[in-house]
Design a protein around this ligand. Structure first.
Ligand code: M6R
Length: 615
């Protein structure tokens, strides 16, 4: 969602900020803006559209000189995407300017109070209310900007990451966070502010991640001051050394991040089990699990909470945990769980899955579960993310930055780590024999090269995509372990090509969706040789009898489905619980090619955001 970038130091702020906004484009947005202080004037330029639109507009609109400024990409919440609602927003005096990620829930009552005190509003945003509240406090209580921000934030309800600049005090920027991420890059005599560290990677690796409820004053040539919003108490900032490098966040010769990330999967999976899976020794070790093994072993049940693709990975994990460790598992949408007064036992183990580690619904669900005494284990990709901080323990997937809005390597690495956890638990509880345990380790070890082989279907996927790119609807069917893959395949198609697609357990087809099948309907069927193969073949027969078009993902060497389907895409054979990792590869490629052929922006699909930090 919204992206924040700020700079204060000795460089030209304009280029640092605009390039930083480009790096944050993956978060999803509909407008962009910048405020630059040129030594005398505070100049703002903003526009509906992309950062490229801002770039061309602002160069004719405002001076691009100065070494302090703030910039923003907005994902509309309050008010439609247009130039006026774009950030930054000025206060009425024109002295203060603000950028904001999040939602101020009580903005309407604050607005009414300010209207009574003759404040005027030009936009429909909650953000403009906040900057005027800060101005009002600063004026009436005669306090400095930092104090005014602190008082104002104590009057607000909601979530935010903000940066505020005061032209009467141009050597500082005040920032704060609650529920939305904010990182501060610490350079030599300069500071960078951003929603994540990618905008300042080439300038500094030293980063302070503000925690929820903290604010900071970044001042030119001075030390960073961090304190708590609640009571102003000083916090000693913890400076981390970033493990990221520039190469990881660039396209590296690919046309789109999504394609790059699809092809990164063999390596990403290796990185997920590196150091955790010792095949020869027959050991799985993960500090987060090992340190809490008793909790896992004594779990009455495992509750998995997540959203979107991460929820699909949770569904795969449900099959795996129940099969391997014989523990009951429930998988919940975090957005439903958080509001439905769920029954949570103290001996439940909650696994929260999130690529970004910032998803607002998942965060809220975790807080609820913790409040009710459950142990919460996080599975995140982004190191240092909010979810990784608020959970009791966890494991990173180590997939590297995922920038394409459509999750690809996040999904396969989430399944990988969840499989490792299930194996560890099955071994610890004695629910799996040593020989079976070892055969899983050996097969998991082969998975990266099998993914490599599955990726060779790219040309076939492109050919199939060219035949079905103009359809309006598509069905995805799978059974058992591959039912969640059908859901994931449908989600991938929907989100980047805007074609309506539904995923179903193959056997459910006859309870409704079969009515949709005619000679225009492509049905993508995952028909692995393992598991319920014969049943899926029967489902394929049923589709064929109704003239549906069948695109089947099959095990290499399959003959039966080949005879029935219009197209088949082969993937290597593996153990049944590991088939989702391979079966998902052709579906990712199919969606990618269809979206590309339709001329869609594959990496930044309309209306979507990479990390969904608001409800
Ligand atoms: O960062 P998270 O894994 O918590 O994100 C959850 C969903 O927003 C995310 O998976 C979304 O569904 C993706 N766009 C799917 O490709």
């Amino acid at each position: 969602m919204c992206g924040i970038v700020g700079y204060i130091g000795h460089r030209e702020a304009y280029s640092v900020i605009v390039q930083g906004l480009e790096r944050l484009e993956y978060r999803g947005y509909d407008s962009a803006g910048i405020a630059l202080y040129d030594g005398t004037n505070l100049n703002v330029s903003k526009t509906k559209g992309k950062v490229a639109d801002l770039r061309s507009k602002l160069e004719t609109e405002i001076p691009t000189i100065g070494s302090v400024g703030i910039g923003h990409t907005r994902w509309a919440t309050h008010g439609v995407p247009n130039d006026v609602n774009s950030h930054p927003h000025f206060s009425n005096s024109g002295n203060l300017v603000i950028i904001h990620n999040g939602i101020i829930e009580n903005y309407d009552s604050l607005r009414q109070e300010l209207l009574q005190r003759d404040y005027k509003f030009t936009s429909d945003t909650d953000t403009e209310v906040l900057v005027n509240l800060i101005e009002d406090i600063k004026k009436n209580e005669d306090v400095k900007l930092g104090k005014a921000v602190q008082i104002a934030l104590n009057q607000t309800i909601g979530a935010y990451a903000i940066a505020v600049f005061d032209k009467s005090k141009p050597d500082e920027i005040v920032v704060a966070r609650l529920g939305s991420p904010l990182a501060i890059g610490v350079g030599k005599d300069e500071f960078f502010i951003a929603s994540d560290a990618t905008p300042f990677l080439e300038y500094t690796k030293k980063t302070v991640y503000l925690k929820d409820g903290e604010m900071a004053i970044v001042r030119r040539n001075k030390k960073l001051k961090v304190f708590k919003i609640e009571d102003n108490s000083i916090v000693v900032p913890y400076v981390e050394e970033l493990q990221l490098n520039l190469e990881q966040i660039e396209k590296g010769g690919y046309d789109y991040f999504m394609l790059k990330e699809i092809y990164e999967q063999p390596q990403a999976i290796k990185d997920t089990f590196r150091g955790r899976m010792l095949v020869k020794e027959g050991i799985v070790k993960m500090a987060g699990v090992d340190d809490n093994l008793e909790k896992f072993k004594n779990a009455r049940r495992i509750l998995i909470i997540a959203c979107g693709t991460s929820w699909h990975a949770g569904l795969v994990a449900e099959y795996i945990f129940e099969e391997f460790a014989r523990v009951p598992v429930e998988v919940e949408y975090a957005s439903e769980f958080r509001y439905r007064n769920p029954v949570i036992y103290e001996d439940d183990v909650i696994i929260a899955i999130s690529q970004s580690g910032e998803t607002a619904d998942t965060m809220a669900a975790i807080k609820l579960a913790k409040k009710q005494g459950a142990f919460v284990f996080g599975v995140c990709n982004v190191v240092g993310s909010s979810i990784s901080r608020i959970t009791d323990a966890g494991a990173y997937t180590h997939a590297g930055p995922e920038i394409g809005v459509a999750s690809t390597k996040a999904f396969t690495t989430q399944i990988t780590i969840l499989t490792l956890i299930a194996l560890r638990l099955a071994q610890a509880t004695g629910k799996m024999s040593n020989s079976v345990f070892r055969s899983y380790l050996q097969e998991l070890d082969r998975i990266p090269s099998k993914v490599e082989e599955a990726l060779k279907c790219n040309e076939k996927a492109e050919l199939v995509a060219s035949k079905y790119k103009d359809v309006s609807n598509a069905l995805y069917l799978g059974r058992g372990y591959n039912f969640p893959v059908a859901l994931e395949g449908a989600l991938k198609l929907k989100e980047i090509s805007y074609i309506h697609a539904e995923g179903y357990p193959a056997a459910e087809m006859k309870h409704g969706p079969i009515a949709l099948i005619d000679d225009q309907m492509p049905v993508f069927v995952i028909a692995m040789k393992k598991g319920h193969y014969e049943k899926v073949v029967s489902n394929i027969e049923e589709i064929k009898a109704r003239s549906g078009k069948i695109i089947a993902i099959v095990t290499k060497g399959d003959k039966e489905v080949k005879r029935l389907a219009d197209h088949v895409i082969e993937i290597p054979e593996t153990l049944e619980p590991l088939t989702p990792i391979l079966a998902t590869i052709p579906l990712q490629l199919l969606s990618y090619h269809i979206a590309l052929m339709l001329g869609k922006n594959v990496d930044q699909p309309r209306n979507l955001a990479k990390s969904v930090t608001v409800e």
